[in-house]
Design a protein around this ligand. Sequence first.
Ligand SMILES: Cc1cc2nc3c(=O)[nH]c(=O)nc-3n(C[C@H](O)[C@H](O)[C@H](O)COP(=O)(O)O)c2cc1C
Length: 389
Amino acid sequence: MNTKFAKIFEPITFPNGVTLDSRFAMGPMVIVGSEKGGAIGQDDLTYWHRHNNSASLLITGATAVSEYSDAYGNGLGLYKDDQVEGWKELAKVMKAEGNRAVVQLFHAGYRSSFTYKDKGVAYSASTKTYSFLDYPVTGLTEAQIEEVLNDFAAAAKRAIDAGFDGVEIHGANRYLIHQFFSVVSNERTDKWGGSLENRARFALEVVKRVKAVIKEHAKPDFLLGYRISPEEIHRHGDGFTFDEALYLIDEVATLGVDYINTSQSGPRSFAATPKAGNYQGQAINKVIKERLAGRALLLGAGDLTSPDKILEAVTDYVDVAATATMVLLDPDTKEKIYQGREDEVTLEVKEDRLADLCLPKLFYSIAPLIVTSQFVPQITKDLLYKKPE
Ligand SMILES: Cc1cc2nc3c(=O)[nH]c(=O)nc-3n(C[C@H](O)[C@H](O)[C@H](O)COP(=O)(O)O)c2cc1C
């Protein structure tokens, strides 16, 4: 190894005592390899067999906790007991090289476009229409909120039963938990909306329910993570500031999680600064890390698209790098850096390398939506966007 990269391979320990042997995590990525309805598919297993040594901590793509959370058609689901058998297989495949495997749990809320197609309804915090959606959105009743909270708890229990090492609650990327926190999507006037405390209530209640299940059913080394978008300041409206997200992070850390995972995108977004609020000019990840003060580790993503950026991230901004696009397109990134072959790490995918990535046959259908990094070469994008024959 080039000693310059030694920091990436320094072990690090979560508050619950679990130690990773590197600062490399594989960030959550939807790959649409599952059966319709969310059961683990052969494509999921094949993909993870190829990617199971990409990082010391491997996080699955967003996994539906409810049948009303279908955002991708062939995404992962863990909302029925009969899905657990397939997840046991996936756990075995993901853990085969000795790395830790975590399930990212989500409810897609208003982004459940496939649920709308199937069932004629897509739920969110409030009833509303959006210019960017071609279907209406229905606000959850109090009783339905209780059901969704139970869904998160039940899915966490299934992840434990399937043999996973942890769960990550997906509170980011404009899915349901995020929708409750944002004033753009949460217009409720009951205890679940309005003040900052009320908008944070749903997120915190999910954490509490999942923690209760872990306490009762999992071993002490089971990991709990929480993913958050640090701010929502964009063209569809200002849903929450970084200052408000920091409040939520603080509350989540006080309840007790092993890590916070920040979701940011765009060039050098791992080092991004807030667009508004009290911390302008300071790096979001640095402020969060300071606020956590060791209560939880900080994972971060966002343009970790070269060995140097990964090194910079773990040196200056986060505890663990949650690399996504890089390890999707070069599953050997970590091994190459470890072996001093960092020059061979590549985002370029040509026809001859595509099969080796073991991407699901439907991957092309989501690739244009999410492979946005400007550092991904056009030749790679052209290939990934193409429907396989
Ligand atoms: C194909 C793909 C699928 C993704 N799916 C998810 C997901 O299921 N859950 C999530 O929290 N983020 C998801 N993301 C976002 C990544 O985890 C990550 O935050 C983002 O890509 C920025 O990191 P990067 O520049 O290293 O790719 C996805 C990204 C990609 C490229």
